[in-house]
Write a protein that binds this ligand. Structure first.
Ligand code: MN3
Length: 201
């Protein structure tokens, strides 16, 4: 049976992340941007030869081979992953023990992880993503341009922050660094990250 990309509902109300992320941002980012990637990915999947593959295989096999399909398919995955990685009253140094231990092991502590993650997002020139990812059994920070994600670089995503301007411009205008700080301090769903680490580790 052919694969079909779908737009999942947000796992919280549109106004649930206020004041850190507005309902207006989520109305545009999920209901319009994410929805458009789903529509376009399904259009471009038809006739691509990858119709019968699973989502991650479609992403990996279209990378470098079918840029239109890759960009839309990866953005569908990236946005579902990003929205699942946000939660009201999230962020901060308090997190599940397995994640805390892995962060301490990889970065020497939460503060250094926080600094490196925020810096990755700030220094991603133009549109893209900041990631905490698992590669060769160890956590690392990654930044990727446009729709690229850890899967096409041999790694598994743990949590992500979207640094395309549409992710923060309504709430923070040009202040991408402030948005990244708010993500780490108030929005990141560490339970989601810990579950991804458990599944990938
Ligand atoms: Mn986005």
């Amino acid at each position: 049976m052919a694969f079909e990309f779908t737009l999942p509902d947000l796992p919280y109300a549109h106004d649930a992340l206020q004041p850190h992320m507005s309902a207006e941002t989520l109305e545009y980012h999920h209901d319009k941007h994410h929805a458009a990637y789903v529509t376009n990915a399904n259009k471009l999947l038809a006739g691509s030869g990858l119709e019968d593959k699973d989502e991650i295989t479609i992403i990996k096999e279209s990378f470098g081979a079918n840029p239109g399909l890759f960009n839309n398919a990866a953005q569908v995955f990236n946005h579902t992953f990003f929205f699942n990685g946000l939660t009201p009253d999230g962020g901060g140094a308090k997190m599940p023990g397995n994640l805390e231990a892995a962060i301490n092991d990889a970065f020497g502590g939460f503060d250094k992880f926080r600094e490196e993650f925020i810096n990755a997002g700030i220094t991603q020139f133009g549109s893209g993503w900041a990631w905490l990812a698992l590669k060769d059994g160890k956590l690392q920070i990654m930044k990727t341009p446009n729709a690229e994600n850890p899967y096409v670089h041999g790694a598994t995503p743990i949590i992500a922050c979207d640094v395309w301007e549409h992710a923060y411009y309504i709430d923070y205008r040009n202040l991408r660094p402030k948005f990244l700080e708010v993500f780490v301090d108030h929005l990141a769903n560490w339970e989601f990250a810990a579950a991804n680490l458990e599944a990938g580790g």
